[in-house]
Write a protein that binds this ligand. Structure first.
Ligand code: AVJ
Length: 315
């Protein structure tokens, strides 16, 4: 459970982000607020959709190449996972890597504890050191990790695609500092591909992604006492070529004014709130970003359709 202090801190951060984002032109919201309880359940549902290929494709790549990844990372490494809870993927990697220590890092303390407990049941004898931290901000690993073991970072799910350019560089720099010389990293990246496939993955025919996106307005109405009209907005997936990213937008159907905590926000018909960017890479592009941060992209394990890749980086 979240304690009262964490809840009120979250509420304030949510309010500040929503007010700042809706005051901007164009309007925007940080994607992390999509993931309340209902948002997390809807995202789980997304990962099972026919159109949403990333989750099952990455899982298959891990299954097919786990042994090679283990050789790449070296014997008995310390495994640091950025973002905990990729249950199936983490299990596949732990089975192959046989790390001497597993360090899952996540900002959601209760969720982190649950997933660490699940991994502990599945791998009795594996030491686990959960770290509660926002991995998009500065944080330190525990000072007393085994010094001699090679360190391997695991960043699955194409979560790196949600970071903007500055956040991506900051993340790769920090991970390089944390994993040190001799460190390796396994990073899941969604690959650039035809727009039909990309856009369908973010606008499925059952409307689950639309419900996931629109849920943030329901959350704003509920938690911040706002009055977004039900049905007043529609979900749209757009390709931003300059950013090489699929963007999710909530588009206003009519001119309207929304009231939120005594403030009024006007929308013109067709105006949108940008709620998420999901950047698509190729391995050369990843190398260009990672190189200046101290990483060499040595490996790219992919599926036969080249939909997704797990990149192997070496410090
Ligand atoms: C979990 C953030 C990587 O960007 O593909 C899925 C989230 N958004 N459908 C992604 C998401 C809409 C997903 N990430």
């Amino acid at each position: 459970m979240l304690d009262a202090a964490e809840l009120s801190w979250q509420r304030d951060a949510f309010r500040d982000d929503v007010i700042a984002g809706l005051s901007r032109t164009p309007k925007t919201l940080p994607s992390r607020w999509l993931y309340d309880d209902r948002g997390c359940r809807l995202f789980e549902e997304i990962t099972q959709l026919d159109e949403y290929y990333p989750t099952r494709t990455e899982t298959a790549i891990l299954r097919d190449h786990a042994a090679a990844m283990a050789r790449f990372c070296g014997a008995a490494p310390v495994l640091v996972e950025y973002g905990a809870g990729a249950a199936v993927k983490t299990t596949i990697l732990l089975e192959a890597l046989r790390p001497r220590l597993y360090v899952p890092v996540d900002i959601a303390g209760d969720f982190l504890a649950q997933s660490a407990a699940r991994i502990a049941r599945r791998f009795p004898g594996l030491p686990i050191r959960p770290v509660i931290a926002d991995f998009t901000a500065d944080f330190d690993l525990p000072a007393d990790l085994p010094a001699s073991a090679p360190r391997c970072g695991f960043f699955p799910g194409s979560t790196i695609g949600n970071l903007d350019a500055a956040e991506t560089s900051a993340f790769l720099h920090r991970m390089r500092a944390q994993l040190g010389p001799g460190g390796t990293a396994l990073i899941g990246v969604d690959l650039r591909k035809d727009l039909g496939t990309l856009l369908a993955a973010y606008d499925d025919c059952k409307g689950v992604t639309a419900a996931f996106d629109l849920n943030v307005l329901t959350r704003i109405n509920r938690e911040l006492d706002a009055d977004f009209p039900p049905g007043g907005f529609r979900h749209e997936a757009r390709w931003n070529a300059a950013e090489s990213a699929v963007e999710m937008h909530l588009v206003s159907r009519e001119d309207c004014v929304v009231t939120l905590q005594g403030r009024r926000f006007a929308f013109r018909a067709g105006e949108s709130i940008h709620t998420e960017s999901s950047r698509k890479y190729d391995l050369d592009g990843l190398a260009d970003v990672a190189g200046p941060c101290g990483w060499v992209v040595e490996q790219g394990w992919t599926d036969s359709n080249r939909l997704f890749a797990v990149a192997g980086l070496r410090a």
